[in-house]
Ligand binder design. Structure first.
Ligand code: PEP
Ligand code: MN
Length: 259
């Protein structure tokens, strides 16, 4: 069920799920929580671009299959990152929304390939900002995808490398109004990778909503302490639910709906 992730003006899309797909039970718990909240998009990495080659690298194609079967079971759309040609080919017919991560923003041959492979499919691509990229460079890079055939792009701000080390990355919330002014593409804010700490995620999510984000990406896990990657920034399912309730109230106050 390939979805084009159209971001309606009065809706804020929540894209939530674990950093990485780990096993069937984990994904079943997460998908059932997301579905019970009336949300539609589940993220989960199968090909993980890690700083260290010794860290968990993701389950690869097995992860894609676990994500797909659980999304099908709970009637949800899947979102997952592609990192190269192999992962793109393994994902394209099994994943609804493809994601390009911050480390690949300038991988122009990957962007070209994603544009080609998804040409005329309307399959949405989440295109993250490079952690050291200017907005102008990011907006120019996304044209590698659009000019090769797919203009269904959702830009995603996920924090910048800066001198500040009390957060994992410095969330550039100003990117939201700048993108709205300079681009026609919707903008998502990934608050989890920017924060690096779960306790900060709710405040940043509310900031993203207030700034006018079209979508918010959040990491959540049934047992963050046992997560195979990014455990410190993942919300447990109870905290995730509470945050969604708060976001629903805030959205209502500005005439929008969380979906
Ligand atoms: C992710 O969303 O799983 C991820 C690795 O994010 P980023 O590319 O922003 O680091
Ligand atoms: Mn992560």
């Amino acid at each position: 069920m390939i979805n084009n992730l159209v971001c309606a003006k009065n809706e804020i899309r929540i894209i939530a799920g674990p950093c990485a797909v780990e096993d069937d039970k984990q994904m079943d718990k997460i998908c059932s929580c997301i579905a019970s909240l009336g949300l539609k998009y589940v993220r989960g990495g199968a090909y993980k671009p890690r700083h260290s080659p010794h860290s968990f690298q993701g389950l690869g194609f097995d992860g894609i299959k676990i994500l797909k079967s659980n999304c099908d079971k709970h009637n949800l759309y899947s979102v997952s990152e592609v990192v190269d040609k192999k992962s793109l080919l393994e994902s394209k017919d099994n994943i609804d929304v493809l994601q390009i991560g911050t480390r690949n923003m300038t991988n122009y041959s990957l962007l070209t390939e994603v544009g080609h492979v998804t040409k005329n499919t309307e399959q949405a691509v989440i295109f993250k900002r490079g952690m050291s990229a200017k907005i102008s460079e990011w907006l120019m890079a996304c044209e590698y995808i659009s000019m090769h055939g797919n203009g269904n792009i959702i830009l995603c701000e996920r924090g910048l490398r800066s001198f500040e080390d009390s957060t994992r990355f410095t969330l550039d919330i100003s990117a939201v109004p700048v993108v709205h002014r300079q681009s026609l593409y919707p903008i998502c804010v990934d608050v989890s990778h920017a924060a690096g700490n779960a306790w900060m995620v709710p405040d940043l999510a509310k900031a993203a909503l207030a700034a006018g984000a079209d979508a918010i990406m959040l990491e959540t896990h049934p047992s963050p302490k046992e997560a195979k990657c990014d455990g410190s920034q993942q919300l447990d399912l109870e905290s995730f639910k509470n945050l969604i309730f708060e976001l629903q109230m805030l959205a209502k106050a500005i005439g929008k709906k969380i979906v």
